[in-house]
Write a protein that binds this ligand. Structure first.
Ligand SMILES: [Fe+2]
Ligand SMILES: [Fe+2]
Length: 289
């Protein structure tokens, strides 16, 4: 267990989500991309969490928000799926400086889905493509401290709680089709001073309960202040949605912001349970902690 430290404040801007807001002409696309502006008394850094499916909506939204790619200090990729990794190369080109990229070592697996039709669903780039654009890959199954108060989760240890990978994805290993357990699914764990842990998920294929229990395990901190991201409860049996969200409710979250692959049923259930503590993510949304 690593002493995580803490941050003073965080400004989170949704650069791309599946939904658009209504106040400005933001664009959306199935995919996820967040900018985290982190302030602590020792350091201020900007982390890009995931890179969406393509940069068309991301660059458009950054323009509207007056955010320059050169402000990005590091990139974390939550998992290989191309709705989280697809924009990486164009973003690195726009940043145009050496940029650390943190992810799980399975990032480059040959990943497919046949539902609803056969398609490549993995990271669309090779290691060399990334190196060519000044990306510095740091691939780790272990948690890694990115700065004081912020931990990359590493591989999320699963417990008796179910994972949410739906057996929809498979990998090609030595020419054989192998069910993808999505072990590359990771999250970002932030410890906000006098609030507790804020967990940021991409698709949360490991399941939110496994993700929380892993975050507690690797930080030794039991206080979960909030959750932000996709919960991958879309197309999930209502009984599993109910049990998952009732378990989640026990953590007395102060804030829960949902988007991407959470799904309509789970989102409605969360609003019912968490009332005004629950907000919905959309392109252009800004959250401050
Ligand atoms: Fe996703
Ligand atoms: Fe995913």
């Amino acid at each position: 267990m690593e002493h995580i430290g803490s941050i003073d404040s965080l400004k989170l801007t949704v650069l791309c989500d599946d939904n658009t807001g209504i106040t400005k002409q933001f664009l959306s696309q199935h995919g996820f991309c967040l900018l985290l502006e982190i302030h602590s008394n020792t350091v201020n850094k900007n982390i890009l969490f995931d890179t969406g499916q393509s940069t068309l909506p991301i660059f458009h939204n950054m323009n509207l928000l007056d955010i320059k790619p050169s402000c990005i200090d590091m990139i974390m990729l939550s998992h290989a799926h191309n709705d989280h990794t697809g924009g990486l190369i164009s973003i690195l080109e726009a940043i145009d400086k050496e940029t650390p990229i943190i992810a799980h070592p399975d990032l480059f697996k040959e990943n497919f889905s046949s539902i609803p039709f056969l398609r490549y669903t993995g990271c669309p780039y090779t290691k060399q493509d990334i190196i060519n654009k000044k990306g510095k890959l740091l691939l780790s199954k272990e948690p890694i401290k990115l700065l004081d108060g912020i931990l990359f989760s590493g591989q999320i240890k699963t417990t008796s709680y179910p994972c949410l990978n739906n057996s929809k994805y498979y990998n090609l290993v030595d020419g054989k089709k192998v069910v993808d357990e999505i072990l590359d699914d990771t999250c970002l764990i932030l410890n906000i001073k006098s609030k507790g842990l804020l967990i940021i998920t991409g698709c949360c294929h490991s399941g939110i309960m496994n993700t929380i229990s892993h975050a507690i395990d690797v930080t030794g901190i039991n206080e979960i202040y909030g959750i932000i991201g996709g919960l991958h409860l879309v197309n999930t049996a209502p009984s599993l949605i109910n049990t998952t969200l009732h378990e989640l409710y026990k953590f007395k979250l102060q804030t829960i912001s949902l988007g991407h692959c959470t799904g309509v049923t789970a989102t409605h259930k969360c609003i019912e349970l968490f009332l005004d503590k629950c907000t919905l993510l959309h392109s252009g949304k800004i959250l401050e902690y």
